[in-house]
Design a binder for this molecule. Structure first.
Ligand code: DAH
Length: 359
């Protein structure tokens, strides 16, 4: 049977007729418009492909037709579908041997052209550094933990001893997630630190863990600020933990990253969830006398850290009389930039293949 656009159109007319007795609603109105659009096509344009689409619309919306008309609509729509399918199959049968025959003549085939290039993917620099750090820490017995990127206000702020009026909570800095008025408030986590509290609640001390992950800030984006970047939190909970343990772990971390001993210094730093808190600087691994990376100071501000505040231990259900700990928050994105000499943070998540290909 040859495909006949006129009969398809007539069948569509009958389907539309069945819709006339359906109660008026937004759904029936939009359905009528869609089917009318098919039926209104000039016959030359009402191709088998379109016929198939039209039958799909009718069959997929059967519930909007009046009950008594559904049998009729079904049979008409199926007739359209069969006509369309048969016509497409016939076209294919004709086209395939023709294409094959053309190929067999060997015309247009050039055996000297290079084969299509095989595209091999590669690991993102953040993934590479994350995996290296995971290897380093797991080899020392630490666990690798994960936490939600959409975080409760409690875990992101309160449990970390960050007061209700702390400027970090401001919408200028934090992406708040729209929630129902009385529901628990949610944020895109602004740091990986909330996983400290989740870890304390879930694991029995003593434990040691790192938490690599994405964090989000409401930033004006430029070469050194992104709204989305990566951090790696570290947390150790044990008995009698001292600043000495913290320094030892940080030196090991830097040795792992830079492949040699790196001199460090601690300066006081304030973060509500640690006491005392520090800014740890590393001796610039790239120069001796000062360079653009260390802004001529020979020191690079590398990671904030400190001794876990008793209030945070309590929020995590851990007795601060028995347990102590240290924590650090490594700026993973920044470290990746230092490591590979990347001068603009926007490259990292920009998705530009010309950047990614270099790794
Ligand atoms: N969460 C802090 C931030 O994103 C960084 C930080 C500071 C993490 C001190 C820590 C820490 O674990 O001890 O700014």
């Amino acid at each position: 049977m040859t495909y006949d656009a006129a009969s398809v159109r007539a069948l569509l007319g009958e389907i539309l007729g069945a819709l006339a007795s359906a109660p008026e609603s937004d759904e029936t109105r939009s359905l009528r418009e869609r089917i009318t659009a098919f039926a209104a096509r000039p016959e030359a344009e009402l191709t088998p492909q379109l016929a198939l689409e039209a039958s799909g619309v009718a069959l997929g919306n059967m519930r909007h037709f009046p009950k008594e008309a559904r049998g009729l609509v079904g049979s008409k729509a199926n007739a359209i579908k069969q006509a369309g399918e048969a016509a497409l199959a016939a076209e294919r049968e004709l086209a395939e041997p023709a294409a094959l025959a053309a190929e067999r003549t060997g015309k247009g085939f050039d055996a000297t052209l290079p084969a299509p290039k095989l595209e091999a993917g590669s690991l993102h620099p953040i993934t590479r550094v994350t995996r290296e750090l995971e290897d380093l820490f797991t080899s020392m017995g630490w666990s690798v933990l994960d936490g939600p990127e959409v975080e409760t206000e409690f875990h992101n702020f309160d449990a970390l001893n960050i007061s209700g009026d702390h400027p970090a909570r401001d919408t200028m800095d934090t992406f708040w997630v729209k929630t129902a008025p009385r529901a628990q408030r949610l944020v895109m986590r602004t740091h990986t630190s909330p996983v400290q509290v989740r870890a304390m609640k879930r694991l029995k001390p003593p434990f040691r863990a790192i938490v690599p992950g994405k964090v989000f800030r409401n930033e004006a984006v430029d070469a050194s600020h992104e709204h989305t970047f990566h951090q790696m939190e570290g947390l150790v909970i044990d008995r009698d933990i001292s600043v000495g343990h913290l320094i030892g772990a940080m030196k090991t971390l830097l040795r792992g990253i830079f492949g040699r001993e790196i001199e460090i210094r601690l300066r006081p730093g304030y973060f509500p969830f640690v006491e005392p808190g520090f800014e740890l600087d590393a001796r610039c691994p790239f120069c001796k006398e000062g360079c653009s990376v260390c802004k001529r100071s020979t020191w690079i501000e590398l990671l904030p850290c400190g001794m876990v505040h008793p209030n945070v231990l309590k929020a995590g259900g851990i007795d601060p009389e028995q347990w102590t700990g240290f924590a650090f928050g490594l700026g993973l994105s920044r470290l990746v930039m230092l490591r590979f000499g990347i001068d603009d943070v926007r490259h990292l998540l920009g998705g530009d293949v010309r950047f990614l290909e270099q790794f």
